[in-house]
Ligand binder design. Structure first.
Ligand code: FE2
Ligand code: FE2
Length: 264
């Protein structure tokens, strides 16, 4: 089976470039499972229920997120659904190792229309990120409860070392460990020794003539003066970054990984 993972959608430029390319990428690669990181989909900061609906309408089975998940408070209620539900709200994930009691869930297990079981696990790193629980041990605890063999992990983190380490830690236990959050795609996609597909960062879907999605002048002003100012999403030179994984649906073992970057 084929899995497409789409990196952090950043603002309207990101949503437009994904809408433009996704149908063709899905069709030519015969994608069965589509997972999209939407943590920056609403103007660069968070995600609203209506934007989540828009991403599900594009065909996403699950939306993963990261540190920006709570930027738009409307999403709290959308995600506050029972653990055993399969609604769209249940399929918007926040990192599983956030503080206990926060709205929503960090793992989802479901079935494709073909009956193929799958699971998606969202974790956040602790190096150069705001504090959260141990992602390694949280992965152990959650994987022990999953029956699906096809398991995709979105590891939302800043430090390449922590992301590489989790890749090796989960090698052979999940289908893929894919990094998000830096918005810069890395060229290290590979199959690890025990059948897990790995990439440190998938990159973003958004304006590349920017500083990781934000208007360059605004970020330069922040660095040069240290003064506060509102960040606006950039528009120029949009690209869609995604990663395609082929795997054995029965064993969950990955057989190929391919990086994708498409522009206008
Ligand atoms: Fe992001
Ligand atoms: Fe992030």
């Amino acid at each position: 089976m084929n899995i497409l993972f789409v990196g952090d959608i950043f603002g309207s430029a990101g949503r437009h470039i994904v809408r433009e390319h996704l149908p063709h990428v899905m069709e030519t690669n015969e994608v069965d499972l589509l997972v999209i990181n939407g943590e920056n989909a609403a103007g660069g900061f968070g995600i609203t229920p209506s934007i989540a609906e828009e991403i599900f309408d594009m065909g996403a089975h699950v939306i993963t997120t990261g540190n920006h998940i709570w930027d738009k408070k409307e999403i709290f209620e959308y995600m506050a659904v029972p653990a055993d539900s399969h609604t769209r709200g249940r399929r918007v994930l926040r990192p599983a190792n956030f503080a206990a009691g926060t709205p929503g869930f960090g793992v989802y297990q479901g079935e494709l229309p073909t009956g193929q079981p799958y699971a998606v696990l969202n974790l956040q790193g602790r190096v150069f990120m705001s504090s959260c629980d141990d992602p390694f041990r949280m992965a152990d605890a959650l994987l022990a409860k999953l029956s699906a063999k096809v398991i995709l992990v979105d590891f939302h983190g800043e430090a390449t070392s922590e992301k590489v380490a989790l890749g090796w830690y989960l090698d052979g236990r999940v289908t893929a460990v894919l990094g998000t959050h830096t918005h810069v795609p890395t060229a290290d996609e590979r199959l690890l020794h025990n059948g897990t597909a790995y990439q440190t960062d998938v990159g973003m879907c958004g304006a590349f003539d920017s500083v990781i999605g934000v208007e360059t002048e605004l970020v330069l002003h922040r660095f040069l003066t240290g003064m506060p100012g509102k960040f606006e999403p950039a528009k120029a030179n949009p690209k869609m970054c995604a990663t395609l994984i082929a795997c054995n649906g029965a064993t969950g073992r990955a057989t190929a990984i391919q990086r994708i970057m498409l522009g206008e």
